[in-house]
Each structure stands twice: as C-alpha cells, then as structure tokens.
Design a binder for this molecule. Structure first.
Ligand SMILES: Cc1cc2nc3c(=O)[nH]c(=O)nc-3n(C[C@H](O)[C@H](O)[C@H](O)COP(=O)(O)O)c2cc1C
Length: 391
C-alpha cells in the first residue's frame, strides 16, 4: 500500500534537502532494509522522504551467521558488513528500479579512496540523487570526498561516525572541502552481547563484537548533531535511535532538518515510516510549528552559556486533568526521600529536596510539574569549574 503523506492532518512535513524535494524528513538509512530495490521502494511507499542504499563496495560482502540481535526494547547489535550484491547489480537494477518507483535515492559508497574513485560516477549515471560517503576513518573520508566532488555533480553527503575522536571537527573539515551535507552518526562500538544460554558472544564476527544502534545511541548522536549544527552546518541528516515522533522533533530542534533511521524500522517493520509521518505532523502542529523548516534549530539559541543556578517549585494536580494516577513513581524515584504521597495529598520536604527534577521526569501523566525559579549565587561551596566531572 502506498501511504499518502500529502493527506496528513497537522503540520506540513514535506521538506527540501540540498534543493531536492522530500515527501517527509524521514530517511531510511543504510542497513539490511536497503538490501535491494524492493526494500528501498517499500520504505518510499511507507512515507520515507529518501532512501539510502546498503553501502556499495567493489566486492560483495559475505556476512557471518547471527549478525543482528536485539538489545533491550529498542536497540540492536550487529556485525553486518556492506552490500551483499555486486556494484553492477546496484547500477543496473537496484538504483534504476527504486528511481522508477519515485524514490529519492542516496547511494551509499564505501569505504576506501579507490572505491569512491571507481563507484561514484556509476551511481550518478544509474540515477542516484545523492552520494553518501562512508568510511572507517576521517583520514580516508577526506580523500574520498575530494574524489567524489571531482567526479559527480549530484550532492555529496559525508557520513560521520560517533566513534571518531572529533566528529564535529571532521564535519567542519568536510564542509570546508566541499561536502554538500553531513549525516551523523553511524552505529557505535565495538560493543558486546553475551548469549547466556551458550556462554558465548551473540555476534559471530571474528572478535565476537558488534555495533550498537537504536534508542541506546540517541543521546550521543543528538549531542553530536547539535554541535555540528551550532558550528553552522545547514544540511544535516541526524541519525541514531529515532523511535517515535518526539525523538524526531528533538533532532529537528537541534538543527537536523532530515532524520535518518534504521533500527526502529527493523524492529517495527518498514511501514512504521507511515506512523512516524502521521505522529510527527500532529506533534509539530500541537507544539505550534506548521512546517519542518519552522522547527529546525529552534533549540539552538536556548543552549546555556553557563550553568544555571535555580530551584524547582512543584505543582501537583491530583484531580484535574492531567490527573495523578497514584502510581507512586515520583516517590520511588526520589533518592533523598523528600517526597511522600498519601493520595491525594503530596508532600515535599524542602530541606531534603535537591531540585534534581527526576520526579517530574518520571511522572507518566503530567500531573506533577515544576517551575524553574532562578536563585542568586552559588549553592554550597561550589566554585567555577566544579561541573567538570558532572554525571
Ligand atoms: C544491521 C545494520 C546494518 C547497517 N549497515 C550499514 C551500512 O551498510 N552502511 C552504513 O552506512 N550504515 C549502516 N548501518 C548504520 C545505520 O545506517 C545507522 O547509521 C545506525 O543504525 C543508526 O541509526 P538507528 O539507530 O536508527 O539504527 C547499519 C545499521 C544496522 C542496524
């Protein structure tokens, strides 16, 4: 079934990226769902604004068995390699078929300079709208970018890894050299999962390690994306751990105008793109944004320049909507035993409360809220620089 993004209630979620119109800001990132034209077309028909091919290399990959496993509810570990079909198949079949079906196609090319030199032109000839370069190190990515820019006229995206020491600096270098856009980030690692029934690593890679993706990596990626955007990057694809409309809006607000995802589409099925489109249109509208561009980067001016000294003033409504469900999570979450609830009476011991904010954050209904009240001066004996070891 083809999902019609133009008929959604709420904000207009169509957008533009490097001059190319996208039906939604959601992109199917490179991974097993983009194994061939069929997967790319399914994502496009479910509402993806663009689709990234599995990474094309000079040789086809052979993957070990057990190369993807679930971790917690929304994350994955994988030791999957690049595309398991030959480059010619991508040029002759997969890219042309996906284009013929109306998809905006991003050809992912890795991982070395000779491969970029050999492959990017044929991706463009096959009809790709963008090239996305992916490599293992910054030292390889920069020459690949130069080679691609010499050979193609379609926009070139550099995909960054959160494993690199300075992805923000790498983004700056790529943009200076002529990258049209940045995408960040790739899966993180190496990481490990143990199969406790067989007492061995779950992944069958040569060292038993794999790469982490999904919800677990979102806060890391979000921070990296916010820094890349604050450094002035305007064409940014934020990737990592998007599971719902709220996550997508976080990426938009830190300056990523396009949002890549893969793990959640594996876990929920590729049709999940339709739900993300629907929910995001409604959520943006509720938040007062009527287009994607009006929400992009709105959180950036609100990043603090220094630590804020404040305390929380709590508001609790047991009876009017949103009502307290008497679940007791706010009481249980208080490390200082400052809060008690004898429904409908809630008490807070102000001498014990440290205004950490967790009680409000765990309230499932929104019946417990707080106002931030600024205070003068530093509490206790805190001195400048004491936040170095925060966390
Ligand atoms: C099983 C699997 C295979 C992947 N293969 C590739 C790949 O071939 N090329 C690539 O650039 N990224 C690959 N990725 C990384 C994703 O494109 C994406 O950057 C990462 O998973 C973070 O997004 P997510 O948390 O939404 O999954 C893969 C991810 C998964 C889970």
């Amino acid at each position: 079934m083809v999902f019609d993004v133009t008929k959604l209630k709420g904000a207009d979620i169509s957008t533009e990226f490097c001059g190319v119109k996208l039906q939604s800001p959601f992109v199917l990132s490179s991974g097993p769902l983009s194994y061939a034209a069929e997967g790319l077309i399914r994502a496009h028909q479910a509402g993806a604004g663009a689709v990234v091919t599995k990474t094309i290399r000079l040789s086809a990959a052979i993957n070990p068995v057990n190369h993807i496993a679930k971790i917690n509810g929304d994350s994955l570990i994988n030791c999957e390699k690049w595309a398991d079909s030959k480059a010619e198949v991508w040029f002759e079949r997969e890219i042309p078929l996906a284009k013929a079906a109306g998809a905006v196609v991003i050809a992912s090319v890795g991982h070395t300079l000779p491969e970029a030199e050999a492959l990017v032109k044929d991706c463009e000839k096959a009809g790709a709208d963008f090239i996305e370069l992916v490599s293992y190190t910054e030292d390889t990515l920069i020459p690949m970018l130069r080679a691609a820019k010499e050979r193609v006229s379609i926009p070139v995206i550099c995909k960054l890894s959160g494993n690199w020491p300075d992805p923000v600096g790498t983004a700056r270098k790529c943009l200076e050299i002529g990258a049209d856009a940045i995408s960040a980030i790739d899966s993180l690692g190496p990481t490990l999962k143990i199969d406790i029934r067989n007492a061995r690593p779950t992944m069958f890679s040569k060292d038993g390690y794999g790469w982490l993706s999904g919800g677990a990596i979102r806060p890391i990626s979000l921070r990296i994306n916010s820094e890349i955007a604050r450094n002035g990057c305007r064409n940014l694809i934020g990737i990592g751990g998007v599971t719902c409309a709220e996550d997508a809006v976080e990426y938009l607000m830190v300056g990523a105008g396009v949002i890549g995802l893969h793990s959640i589409a594996i876990l929920k099925g590729v049709e999940y793109f339709s739900k993300l489109c629907k929910d995001t249109a409604i959520l943006l509208d509720q938040l007062g944004y009527h287009s994607i561009s009006s929400a992009v980067g709105v959180a950036l001016p609100n990043f603090p320049k220094q630590e804020r000294m404040a305390r929380l003033e709590f508001h609790y409504q047991p009876d009017s909507a949103p009502r307290c469900s008497n679940c007791g999570r706010c009481v249980a979450a208080c490390s200082y035993d400052a809060r008690s609830l004898d429904f409908p009476v809630m008490k807070v011991d102000q001498d014990l409360c440290r205004s950490c904010g967790l009680c409000v954050s765990v309230c499932p209904t929104g019946a417990l809220t707080a106002t931030i009240v600024d205070v003068q001066g530093l509490p206790h004996d805190m001195q400048e620089g004491d936040d170095e070891h925060a966390g």
